[in-house]
Design a protein around this ligand. Structure first.
Ligand code: IMP
Length: 189
C-alpha cells in the first residue's frame, strides 16, 4: 500500500517510518513532485492536519495523511498550541522557539505541558482523524541532542530524560505522534 505523508520535516518522516508496518510504503512530498510549502492557515491542529492532507489528495490524487502538532503549556493557558512553529515569530529556528519558551517559563513553578498531535488520513475517499497526546513538563534548561523542535526542553511524565535524550524507538513508544500513528496503523490493519 502506498501512502503519502504530507510533510517536509525529515525528522517526522524518520519517526513515522519507524512506526509503520513494512507493508505500507511511505511517499514523501518531494517523491510525488510536490515542492511547494503548504501553508497552515487554520487555527486548530485538526484544521491544519485536514488542510495539509486535503491539499495533497485534491492536487495529486494520492491517499495521504498529515499531522499537526502543538505544545500546550498549562501556565501559558495552552500556548503556543497550534502556533508552536511560530512561537518566536515568522521564519524562526527551533532554537529561537526553545529559547523563547525558556524565557517565558523562567521562575515558573507549574511547568506542566503536553504535546498533542492530530493525524488526518484521507483513505479511499473518506477522511479519518487520530489523536495522540503526551503529558510532561518543560525543563529549566536544554538536555540532549537528539530529536527536533522542543524535544530538548520536554520531559515526559514518569521519565528522567527529555525527548532529546531518547532514541527514536523510545520516543515513538510514548510520544504524541507515536500514539496517534499507532491508532492509524490499527485502523489500516
Ligand atoms: P508542526 O506539526 O510541524 O506544525 O509542528 C509545530 C511545532 O512543534 C514545530 O515548531 C515543531 O518543531 C514542534 N514539534 C512538532 N512535533 C514535535 C516533537 O515531536 N517534538 C518536539 N517538537 C515538536
Amino acid at each position: 500500500m502506498e501512502l503519502v505523508f504530507a510533510t517536509n520535516n525529515k525528522n517526522k518522516v524518520k519517526e513515522i517510518i519507524a512506526l509503520l508496518l513494512p507493508s505500507i510504503e511511505i511517499l514523501t512530498l518531494s517523491e510525488i513532485g510536490c515542492t511547494e510549502e503548504i501553508e497552515e492557515t487554520e487555527n486548530t491542529l485538526e484544521g491544519n492536519a485536514k488542510l495539509k492532507a486535503n491539499y495533497i489528495t485534491k492536487k495529486y490524487g494520492y491517499d495521504c495523511f498529515a499531522d499537526d502538532t502543538g505544545l500546550e503549556v498549562d501556565t501559558l493557558n495552552g500556548a503556543p498550541g497550534v502556533y508552536s512553529a511560530r512561537y518566536a515569530g515568522e521564519n524562526v529556528t527551533y532554537e529561537d522557539n526553545v529559547q523563547k519558551m525558556l524565557r517565558e517559563m523562567k521562575g515558573k513553578t507549574n511547568r506542566k505541558a503536553q504535546f498533542r498531535t492530530v493525524v488526518a488520513l484521507n483513505f479511499k475517499g473518506k477522511q479519518y482523524l487520530f489523536e495522540g497526546n503526551c503529558k510532561g513538563e518543560i525543563t529549566n534548561n536544554k538536555h540532549g541532542n537528539d530529536g527536533f523542535g522542543y524535544d530538548p526542553i520536554f520531559r515526559p511524565l514518569g521519565f528522567k530524560q527529555t525527548f532529546a535524550e531518547m532514541s527514536l524507538e523510545e520516543k515513538g513508544k510514548i510520544s504524541h505522534r507515536g500514539l496517534a500513528v499507532k491508532k492509524l496503523v490499527s485502523f489500516l490493519k
